[in-house]
Ligand binder design. Structure first.
Ligand code: ATP
Ligand code: MG
Length: 328
């Protein structure tokens, strides 16, 4: 654990209100830290709670009827769970930039790109209006958009997927945030554009020492760009591992995800998949939530118990009870 991480998430629980009386736990136990200037990859199957975790960092859970039920969420020493609206106004979009999962739907369809960027820039009430256009062009240059003067006058339907994503990133960095939360910024883009967006995020980190949380299903891509990888499964963080050590993972779920990488398939070979279906929210098995699908399962894994992350190496934590018995 680092002494002064930029973000510290500990035993975070997120619930949704299903009816007046019924609550559903969506994220049940998330714990990890992010140091300044680090890129953290957040991976896990669909429904594992990645977007909810991202939303907790920008204080927009309530827009999905969700809330933080327990745990800790600290950003640069600020308790985000206790944060009042006035505190959020200084953090959301300013110190923490957000590229939402639906970003490919694009920026606002009825606003020009220029108007959209102006809105992001003028979140800083003291920013001189006369400098907005200059700053907008500067931002479009940072995200490597060609012909920025033309793009400022365009609407999102006139842009390609990759350009839309660059505009969303430009909006997210308008206030030079210390953290960018990018929820699947490359899903739906072709591979070349994906690689370009990843390069862009890397460059932003290099130039501004920005920390980045990057959500993706693309393990090879995540592995290449991220310093550390946080693996989520069924509402829990099950492993945190430096990306260069991914092959030495000590959690069967990470191993299964790694083995199902499409780039590992031999020509004419078969893609390996993970057995069974992920447990559905609210129907999580007792004990280890991966136990039903795990190749290494033992009876002790199925016993009802908490499975906190255990430190097993430098910057390497796993929640697997059998981490020291796993042999591939
Ligand atoms: N308002 C809600 N009411 C009930 N369940 C919800 C609500 N919002 C989200 N969920 C459920 O919470 C779980 C976690 O959702 P989340 O969007 O965080 O998943 P995710 O890991 O981002 O998935 P994906 O990879 O598909 O984006 C999902 O099973 C989802 O169906
Ligand atoms: Mg999501």
């Amino acid at each position: 654990m680092s002494i002064n991480p930029l973000v510290s998430i500990k035993d975070l629980k997120i619930e949704v209100r299903v009816t007046r009386a019924k609550r559903l736990s969506i994220v049940d136990s998330a714990s990890f830290e992010i140091e300044s200037g680090k890129i953290i990859g957040l991976i896990g199957e669909s429904g594992s709670g990645k977007t909810m975790l991202c939303r907790s960092l920008v204080g927009t859970l309530d827009r999905r009827g969700a809330y933080i039920a327990a745990g800790q969420l600290i950003f640069d020493g600020i308790d985000l769970i206790a944060a009042k609206q006035s505190v959020w106004n200084e953090i959301r979009g300013k110190r923490i930039g957000y590229v939402p999962q639906s970003a490919l739907a694009g920026p606002n369809p009825v606003m020009t790109i220029g108007a959209q960027l102006a809105e992001a820039i003028l979140q800083d009430e003291n920013f001189p209006k006369s400098d907005v256009e200059k700053r907008s062009l500067e931002l479009l240059n940072i995200v490597q958009i060609r012909r920025p003067e033309t793009v400022l006058k365009q609407y999102q339907h006139e842009l390609s997927g990759g350009m839309k994503q660059r505009v969303m990133i430009a909006c997210a960095i308008a206030q030079q945030p210390e953290l960018i939360v990018a929820d699947e910024p490359t899903t739906g883009l072709d591979v070349t554009v994906q690689a370009e967006i990843m390069e862009l995020l890397k460059q932003i980190r290099k130039d501004f020492n920005t920390s980045i949380i990057l959500v993706s299903h693309d393990l090879p891509l995540i592995n290449e760009i991220c310093d550390d990888i946080v693996v989520m499964h069924a509402g829990t963080t099950v492993e945190k591992i430096p990306s260069k050590l991914i092959k030495t993972s000590k959690h069967p779920y990470t191993i299964a995800l790694y083995n199902s990488r499409i780039d590992l398939v031999e020509p004419k070979g078969q893609l390996k998949t993970i057995n069974g279906q992920p447990p559905s929210v609210g129907n999580w098995p007792a004990g280890c939530r991966f136990s039903e699908r795990c190749d290494f399962v033992k009876d002790k894994c199925r016993v009802k118990q908490d499975l906190p992350l255990i430190e097993i190496g430098s910057n390497h934590q796993t929640s697997c009870l059998r981490y020291d018995e796993i042999a591939r």
